[in-house]
Design a protein around this ligand. Sequence first.
Ligand code: PLP
Length: 390
Amino acid sequence: MKVYFDNASTTQIHPKVFEAMLPYLKDNFGNASSIHSYGRKARVAIEDARELIADFIGAIPSEIYFTSGGTEAINFIINGIAKTNFSETGKNELLTTPIEHKAVLDTHFDLAENGFKPKLIEVNNDGSFNPSSLIENISYDTSLVSIMYTNNELGTINNIHEIPQYLSDDQYLFCDAVQAFGKIDIDVNKLNVHALSGSAHKIYGPKGIGFAFVKSGTPISPLLFGGSQERNRRGGTENIAAIVGLAEAVNIIEKEMGDNYKKVTALNSYFKESVFQIFGDKIEINGGSNTSPYILSFTFKGEYFKNDGEALLMGLDINGIAASQGSACTSGTIKPSHVILRTGKNIDDANGTLRFSFNPNNINAEIDYVISVLEKIGKQNLRVWFKFKS
Ligand code: PLP
C-alpha cells in the first residue's frame, strides 16, 4: 500500500489545474509584455488570475504580485519593506519568532549582516507567539513584525489579528500564510496585515509559483530588477502557465475549502484516536488547541522508538508511507528541527517527532495501515534497544 501523508511539503497537482495550464505551455505561448494578440492573450490570463486571487483574500488586484513561490514572496516582502521603511523613517528593528520557516529566518539573518537588528519574540510550547514578549520587544525602532499564520511543522495557528493594535502607522505586519492559504479563510482586511505570502504547490497547484500580497501604500522596493513587470516590483517574463495553474487551484479550493476542512478534521481526529489507542502515553501530540487539522505532529517519548527519527522515517518509507520528520525544506540535512527544539523539547524528542499532513482524499484505511506499520517498527526497535541495553 502507498500512503502520502506529506501534503504540507507539497501536494499532487489537481487534474483540472494541469488541464488549465496546458494551453499556456502550447498554443498560448505569448509574452505578456508584447502588444500583439499573443501577448494580449497572456496578459488577460495573468490579470484574470490576479483578480481571482485578490478577491479570494479580500485584496484589490494591484496588491497581488506573482512570485516564484512562497520563498520568493517572503524574501521580497521582508527585504523590500525593511529597506524602504529604513530609508524613509530610519527604523531598523525587525521582529519575528524563532519558529518561522527558514525563508523568513534566513532573510532576517542576511539583513542582520547589513545593519538591521532582528529580535526574536518568544513562543509558547504549543508553537503560538507569546503576546507579552511581542509587546515587550516592540520599540520606537520597530519597522516590521513577521509572524506566520499556520506553523508548517506543528500546525499551530496564530492569532494574527491581535497584533496590529500594538503597531503604529509606520510599523508593518507581515504574515507568512503559505500553510494557511486555501485551508482556512483569509481576509487581509480582517487580519489587518500589510503583507502576506502564499504558494500554489501546497494547494494542488504547480510548484514554482506563489504570490505576495502587499497592501497599497506599504513602502516596498523590488527584489528582482530588470523589467517593468509586476508594476516594476518583480522584473522577469511572467510564468503564465504557472500563474494560470495557481488561479485554477484557487478557483477549485474556493468551492471546496469548507468540505475539505471537514474531511481533514475527521481524518485528523481518527488518526489521533487510533494512535492513542495503540501507543497511549508513549506519545505526545504537538501544537495546542488552535491547530490546523491538515497537520498532525506527535512525539514518541522515551525509549519507545529509541528516538531514532531517521530509522522511523525510513521504516515508514520502506512500507510505502510518506511522512515527514520536520519540514521538508530542511530535512535534506538531518538536523533536529529548530521548531521542535524551540517548543520545550530536547534533541531526543525532536528525533522522535513525526509530522503527518493530509489532503481531503486521504481515507481512514490509510491511517489504519500507518498505525499498524508504526506498531511493527516500534516492536522491532524495542527488540534492538533491549538487546543493546543488556
Ligand atoms: N512558508 C511556509 C510556512 C512553508 O511551509 C513553506 C514551504 O514549505 C514556505 C514558506 C516556502 O514556500 P515555497 O515552497 O513555495 O517556496
